[in-house]
Design a protein around this ligand. Structure first.
Ligand code: ATP
Ligand code: MG
Length: 458
């Protein structure tokens, strides 16, 4: 960014924004996606205002590649639909137009107002301080001030390629500061997800959270209880699947927000007297971050398997100690943990079922005799479960030898596999006899108390 000195000293306000003309800022059309440009030009052609706004502008100014491009306009969603054939209107709480270009979607939002005019009554609905519907349209100035952070309220105007700043966002961008527009507490009450967005942008951009914006994060976490569980799932994916999940985890814990999202996990982490559980979560998140940075695929099933494992592990261990068969304990405890978690964060079945399979397969890694390892290898969830086993080994929860055995077993030829299994079976036999004598509780391969079992199997 390179606004003139005069401009820098001005404090913008809703009525007199700071306008940075085209030659004085670093945004180039060459860095804006062709589809976003098409939408902007087309709206302009139809005599509507059209601006790039939000993360796209922020990230371009910071020299990052934007994740997506959002457009703001004075056209209503219905008018946007009339302009673009490839357009769908979505959202009830916040009505938006999605313009589709194959898999690419450009989100077009109509300027929001404060809903104070008579015509708009009912379009903006606030219950107990929380915005439950926000469809009152307004001017660009009003739109800017209802956005969350100052750095997210910068507009790139397709009319003259200038940058418009109503909220002092450029100064904050330059200072690396994350600042909510308006009264922070009120803004968090309006939409508690903004607390999670604060953490997300702080981690993503490496920005510090300005003091008044930061303080309520320690106090208002309980407001997340009022957020629909499905929206929290979406937000958690954005938090943990963007390549800086470990940093997010640490910050969420720092503000006490993690405990509100994952109460069972937090309770289990808090009462541990040794440190492998936290190691497992941290390592799992670091592995996910590394995969994302390497462009490898990640799945919410594995992420939630990591985030919720600790209460499952502890619960299964307890039940096995009380004499329950390990597979039964696993089924029961994972069902309980999932039901409790579901009321906070709604993990869709297509992810929660494979997540539970990843857990359920863990004790089966202990069974290395006969046909069992061959059967496990062909299980559709083997790979994810094996990755999870590696994580448990890295965290010191199971013996490394077990993980290494499975690594070798996968790569081995048919003949080598047969000899590995024979070896494994031969070594296991005496131990199994000993275990029968010592009672039913530990006679099932012992996935959860597996460090000892795995050692014995060597
Ligand atoms: P990114 O897309 O990189 O995650 P972003 O800032 O573009 O970041 P989006 O969720 O795409 O985030 O939202 C686009 C813009 O809409 C934001 O920059 C902000 O101006 C506004 N916005 C989004 N969510 C909220 C919210 N909960 N409260 C107020 N404004 C919001
Ligand atoms: Mg965006």
């Amino acid at each position: 960014m390179q606004e003139s000195d005069n401009d820098i000293t001005r404090t913008p306000s809703a009525t007199t924004p700071l306008i940075v003309p085209r030659p004085e800022h670093g945004i180039s059309r060459a860095n804006i996606s062709a589809n976003a440009l098409k939408v902007l030009y087309r709206l302009k052609q139809e005599n509507f205002q059209a601006h790039l706004v939000g993360g796209g502008v922020r990230d371009l100014l910071l020299g990052h590649e934007p994740k997506d491009f959002d457009v703001a306009t004075d056209a209503t969603p219905e008018q946007v639909r009339q302009v673009f054939r490839n357009c769908r209107l979505i959202g009830r709480r916040f009505r938006l137009a999605h313009v589709h270009f194959g898999r690419d979607i450009i989100e077009v939002a109509t300027f929001r107002g404060n809903g104070e005019s008579e015509a708009e009554e009912g379009e903006r609905c606030v219950e107990n301080g929380m915005i439950v519907r926000d469809n009152a349209y307004g001017t660009i100035a009003e739109d800017a001030l209802r956005r969350d952070f100052t750095i997210n309220a910068l507009y790139y105007n397709i009319q003259d390629f200038s940058l418009i700043d109503y909220a002092d966002g450029l100064a904050d961008l330059r200072a690396g500061k994350l600042r909510l527009i308006g009264d922070p507490e009120q803004r968090y009450r309006e939409d508690p997800v903004r607390m999670l967005r604060a953490v997300r942008f702080a981690c993503k951009l490496g920005f510090s959270i300005e003091e008044a914006t930061e303080r309520p994060l320690f106090e208002l976490g309980h407001l997340l209880d009022g957020v629909p569980a499905a929206r929290l799932f979406d937000e958690l994916i954005k938090l943990f699947h963007a390549g800086y999940g470990l940093d997010v985890f640490e910050k969420l814990r720092h503000y006490g927000l993690f405990a509100l999202l994952f109460p069972d996990t937090e309770a289990a982490l808090a009462c541990e007297d040794h440190d492998f559980p936290i190691t497992l979560v941290s390592r799992g998140l670091a592995n996910t971050d590394a995969r994302i940075q390497a462009g490898k695929p990640v799945t919410p099933a594995f992420l939630f398997a990591v985030l919720l494992w600790e209460p499952v592990r502890a619960g299964v261990e307890r039940m096995v100690a009380e004499g329950m068969q390990i597979n039964e304990a696993m089924t029961q405890v994972s069902a309980e943990v999932c039901v409790r978690q579901q009321s906070r964060v709604a993990v869709p079945k297509r992810f929660s079922l494979p997540m539970r399979e990843i857990w359920a397969l863990q004790p089966r890694f202990e069974q290395r005799e006969g046909k069992r390892p061959f059967r496990l290898l062909t299980h559709p969830r083997f790979r994810a479960a094996y990755d999870f086993l590696l994580l448990r080994a890295e965290a010191g929860e199971v013996d490394r030898e077990l993980a290494e055995w499975w690594t070798r077993f996968q790569d081995a030829s048919g003949q080598e596999r047969a000899s590995m299994v024979e070896g494994g079976a031969r070594r296991r036999r005496p131990r199994r006899r000993r275990r029968r004598k010592s009672g039913a509780a530990s006679s099932n391969g012992g996935g959860e108390s597996s460090a000892g079992a795995a050692k014995g199997a060597q």
